[in-house]
Design a protein around this ligand. Structure first.
Ligand SMILES: [Zn+2]
Length: 305
């Protein structure tokens, strides 16, 4: 784990899978922004113990398991408060709810998610732009799209944590189908980043961005990346108009089916891309002989959906 100082009070701890923000409330107490991947939960709790940091609170940018991974272990240890965007909490506060959203046959494939539960004390609402937490005010920036209600979190000393609203350029070429729940919202969120004005931006993964020139370059490249994925899927619909056929084609290109969990992650994004193409009237979605079918071109029939 590598610790980087951004201000007198705000630090970033880089772990193998994700970044963890540390805001110092006082000599001994800290607030974390995200808690990394569940695989590193134990290491993280040991780290804070060794460095005699008492965790007073945790703020999560969104509800993914590589951002809330140590929530339950740290809350059990420090009895700390947790703030998290409303709705995002539903599947991770109690992991059994996550399991229930999949068919039973894949539950085993998801066992990496552990069995922990934690309690959220402050749900950050969709329209909430700031909130008080452990006696300190944090800004909340709406960054919907990656998840339903992802939030950017700004510390009182002006360090902006952006969750997974951007993919770091160091890894963007390796990213196959990164999670996006709603492409249209995700694009709006990326666009809105251009108007921010902070000294440092911390993404969920990868090194810290300094200044807006760098941020804008990341936004630009992320747009290029996602539009390329969208065009690619639109293009594949000429040879594969059913979802499984599309996955077959994509698998030839990307080798997605490593395990069921990765397949589901990819599937979610691909379905979001298909919805976006429909929304943009670039394809239509119809039921053909009882099978959902994706047709290229403008919608002109009444019975789709
Ligand atoms: Zn995420």
């Amino acid at each position: 784990m590598k610790l980087e100082k951004l201000t007198d009070k705000t630090f970033v701890l880089t772990t193998q899978f994700a970044n963890v923000g540390i805001f110092h409330l006082n000599e001994s107490e800290v607030i974390l922004i995200d808690t990394g991947h569940i695989h590193e939960a134990k290491d993280l709790s040991q780290y804070f113990e060794q460095h005699r940091m008492k965790i007073a609170g945790i703020i999560n940018t969104h509800g993914h398991i590589d951002h809330v991974g140590a929530n339950f272990i740290l809350q059990a240890q420090y009895d700390c408060q947790i703030a998290m965007p409303y709705v995002d909490h539903i599947f991770c506060e109690d992991i059994s709810r996550y399991y229930m959203s999949f068919s039973t046959s894949v539950v085993e494939g998801l066992s990496v998610y552990g069995q922990g539960t934690f309690k959220v004390s402050h749900l950050i609402g969709e329209d909430e732009t700031e909130f008080e937490f452990c006696g300190v005010r944090f800004e909340a920036i709406a960054l919907k799209g990656h998840t339903y209600n992802q939030k950017g979190i700004v510390t009182p000393d002006g360090i902006c944590f952006l969750g997974d609203s951007l993919i770091h350029l160091d890894v963007i070429e390796k990213a196959k189908f990164p999670v996006v729940t709603h492409i249209g919202w995700h694009f709006e969120a990326m666009e809105s980043l251009r108007s921010l004005d902070y000294r440092h931006y911390v993404l969920g993964h990868g090194s810290v961005l300094s200044g807006n020139k760098m941020l804008n370059e990341f936004v630009e490249e992320n747009f290029v990346y996602f539009n390329r994925k969208i065009d690619e899927i639109e293009g594949l619909l000429t040879v594969a108009s059913k979802f499984d056929d599309l996955m077959f084609e994509l698998n030839k290109l990307y080798n997605i089916r490593k395990n069921i969990f990765k397949y589901f992650v990819a599937e979610r994004t691909i379905r979001a891309i298909l919805s976006y193409l429909e929304q943009e009237k670039r394809i239509q979605i119809v039921i053909e002989n009882g099978v959902m079918t994706y047709l290229l071109g403008k919608s002109n029939c009444q019975n789709h959906h």
